[in-house]
Write a protein that binds this ligand. Structure first.
Ligand code: SF4
Ligand code: SF4
Length: 372
């Protein structure tokens, strides 16, 4: 009976994932087969979330592979469209650089003040334009707030993957200054972008450049930029997540997620609430939260911090089931199971639309490269 119930509750995801994966067009045999496998996988994971009551593990099983495989599809499409993964000046001037949400904040001041867009990215057939990315991020944060960073972002699975490798953390981000770092990155990159009309975060700081694209290395400045990119990748994507078991890039260096998107959590419909009466102060949630969104202060107040990405890890690990998804303003009185179901629908539709499509496309590229 429980199985049948959960199959029925999975049906909305079945309908939506079929729509997103098939794009309303007939697919070639191999592409259709891969899309079918991804479609079944997506639905299986959602069913397991309902059946086991566990959220984080089944979310991670889609979130992480999609992020790790995304660069394969991204680089392949860039090579097809412009002949190289590398960004040359002419590629920039011809607007053949796909747009990325991490530089969205750098656009705000220049667009408002001087009506100029300092990011060269525009249209690319295979990837998002500025308009598409704006609409996607706007809709995503409207529905799930910072849930974007655990259910939609196609980069987030990288530092999450490395944060899971070691059993024990040997480093903690206890100093409060760490919380100011993403704001410092946001403000400084926005101001410099406004003054120079260049996408400074993209040109100099992005830790994901080594696995997506970077400028042709032909001058001393390019060599310095390449060294910076690889250092950022090593520090924020590999070393800090390995040592701390936290998503270091997503917590402390991304100029969008822990800053502007986190602020939307204050008004978002969905939240994560802690029942102080059930809590035994074991602090397991503080230890397990990958985004440092619970600390002693917030736990004592019975809430998570605004940086919460609603990933579900603290819910799954709390020995007293004191933590739950809640619909804002109904905490404590709404049925926790129903609130969770509503949240899972919202976040999982986002995940199957963005990451399901990426996973299917990446697997198709891999199949093409391997099988010809
Ligand atoms: S894991 Fe649960 S019981 Fe332990 S401190 Fe956190 S909320 Fe309280
Ligand atoms: S507080 Fe809980 S749900 Fe929020 S990011 Fe941390 S582990 Fe995930």
């Amino acid at each position: 009976m429980k199985i049948l119930n959960n199959i029925l509750l999975t049906l909305p995801i079945t309908a939506v994932s079929a729509l997103f994966l098939l794009h309303g067009q007939p697919l070639a045999a191999r592409a259709g087969f891969i899309s079918l496998i991804v479609f079944l996988y997506i639905n299986f994971l959602f069913f397991m979330m309902l059946h086991t009551g566990k959220t984080w593990k089944y979310r991670a099983l889609l979130f992480i592979p999609a992020a790790l495989l995304f660069p394969i599809e991204f680089i392949y499409t860039n090579i097809l469209e412009r002949g190289s993964m590398l960004v040359s000046l002419s590629t920039i001037y011809e607007c053949k650089v796909p747009f990325c949400h991490l530089v969205l904040p750098s656009l705000i001041i220049p667009v408002v003040m001087i009506k100029e867009i300092p990011f060269p990215g525009s249209m690319s057939e295979g990837h998002a334009s500025i308009a598409e990315m704006l609409v996607l991020i706007f809709c995503a944060v409207l529905v799930v707030g910072r849930g974007w960073c655990a259910w939609g972002c196609f980069y987030g699975g990288w530092d999450e993957a490395f944060s899971l490798i070691r059993k024990k953390a040997s480093f903690t981000f206890t100093h409060k200054l760490w919380r100011y770092l993403p704001w410092a990155v946001l403000i400084s990159s926005s101001l410099i972008a406004s003054c120079t009309l260049t996408p400074i975060y993209c040109q100099w700081l992005c830790p994901f450049k080594p696995v997506t694209e970077f400028k042709m290395v032909s001058t001393t400045i390019d060599i310095i930029a390449a060294v910076v990119f690889f250092s950022m990748f090593l520090i924020f994507i590999i070393i800090l997540p390995l040592l701390s078991k936290k998503r270091a890039q997503c917590s402390f260096f991304c100029p969008l997620g822990p800053t502007l998107i986190a602020l939307t959590n204050r008004v978002n419909l969905f939240t994560v609430s802690i029942d102080k009466d059930k809590c035994i102060q074991c602090k397991k949630c503080i230890k397990t939260c990958p985004l440092n969104a619970i600390d002693e202060e917030s736990l004592a107040a019975g809430r998570v911090r605004t940086e919460c990405a609603k990933c579900g890890k603290c819910l799954d690990n709390c020995p007293k089931q004191a933590i739950s998804y809640a619909v804002r303003m109904t905490e404590g009185c709404a049925n926790a199971g129903f609130s969770r179901l509503l949240y899972l629908y919202a976040s999982y539709i986002l995940m199957s639309a963005v990451l399901g499509g990426i996973l299917a496309k990446s697997l198709q590229v891999i199949a093409k490269l391997v099988l010809g």
